[in-house]
Design a protein around this ligand. Sequence first.
Ligand code: GLN
Length: 559
Amino acid sequence: MATKYIFITGGVVSSVGKGVTAAAIGRLLKERGFAVSAQKLDPYINVDPGTMSPYQHGEVFVLDDGAETDLDLGHYERFIDISLNKMCNVTSGQVYAEVIGKERRGDFLGGTIQVIPHITNEIKRRIGLVAKTTGAEIVLVEIGGTVGDIESLPFLEAIRQMRTDLGRENSLCIHVTWLPHIGATGELKTKPTQHSVRELRSIGISPDVIVARSDYPVEDDLREKIALFCDVEKRAVIPLVTASTIYEVPLVLEQFELGEYLLERFGLTAREKPDWRVWEQLVKEAKRTRPKVHVALVGKYIELHDAYFSVREALEHAALSLGIEINIAWVHSSDLEKDRNWEQVYQADGVVVPGGFGSRGIEGKIKAICYARENKVPYLGLCLGMQLMVVELARHILGNDQPNSTEFDNKTPYPVIDLMPDQMDIADMGGTMRLGLYPCQLQKGTLAAAAYPQSQVRERHRHRFELNNAYRELLSKGGMVFSGISPDGKLVEIAELADHPFMVATQFHPEFLSRPNRPHPLFLAFLKAVSQHAGIEAFQVIPAEQLTISSRTINAKAR
Ligand code: GLN
């Protein structure tokens, strides 16, 4: 069958959950037995979000192949349960860099390079690469921003052309809009949706489906009105009222029979009957009053929770499957430095220090780690959270505060975290990151080995610095156990403390491989320890289908 494309655009305002909607639509189709993949087109000029501040962009989501991508790719992977690749996130920056590179090499033989056709052709080529590299039968393509933005015009033009190139039966456009609520009259308004559809039409794209997001129930007559004014069938107007948990979104879309509608429009019939049992159970759990545990997340981009999206999701997945509710206290590490906000740490049954770059707030995180170690509070360190656990222990062993990572103090006499010798001469920092999947051998008899069902795992990395092997002996004398090591023995991937109920930290980012239906083993183990600390008996309410985090297995069903 010819590859089918679903283009997803946004209207009215941003931040209404277009990414989650796209991801949930992907799930509807996967449940019907189709191989699905998803792509995000981002209109900004940065080549990737890797260099953007988390304040501007939220978290950087890392893929198996090391691509640094938009956090929407996290939604796609979690909802559809697939592994994406670097073709799945395209930015204007990449498109322009490619075209300008070709121009400099003389590939265009003296021609004038223009947005149409050169930029649009490159966009179309990149859209085509997703099906080629993943084998997907249906590709979802989400366009960042909202219709009407100058930046996204070349992307919309490329889609307009593709709709004709592919044939109508092979492509659909879903427009996700927002229905504002007027408090004084208690009404929902469809006018902005109508305007946004008109704007889309003026570019030459007529939507086939309208997903109308709203904070209030949408009555049937409003659906009719949108259908009439926007020229779509009534059953193609899908009201999507803000759900209490994002895992409810696929169920709501299913209820409005969107999956069947899309297949019908493509001339396809479902190969499998959707099985929503796990999702229904997740939602039921999420809505149930569960015993509460408190976790302090000590970071530096605390104001914007999106900066730690996958960490929060991974905690949530594990909590749901253990039947507990997790209350995250977002603690600013610089506050701790100023002796503020410590109550939130004292009240917590567990401490998480997530990844990060740059020296701001480092000492506050080290203090929180020291507190967790001394008071035997469960601790989970992620990337920077492992490096700082190493620094903290070295300081404790040596009895002074000189040990450090050379990222923060390049003159420290005790560089316990450092660049590897083969990285030292590389001046271009951008080239020295360890990115993507790397294998890790678990060491018998450790907490990490007990957490994972298998003895070798592959996890996603995004960092530059490593534990300095010259200090392994000192650290292990001080009670540190290197529970995960690269198969060649050269890199410490997981470290834990022997004399502590649960003080485990990883050089990689386990949060990127957690799935709602398959919580990550380390997050599960951490939350079990947290529950124990809180005096709550936690057991797996939702049995993890198969506790494997090999993304290869995850892909198998989609193919
Ligand atoms: N800044 C640290 C490094 O580059 C940690 C990075 C991270 O936490 N992702 O190694």
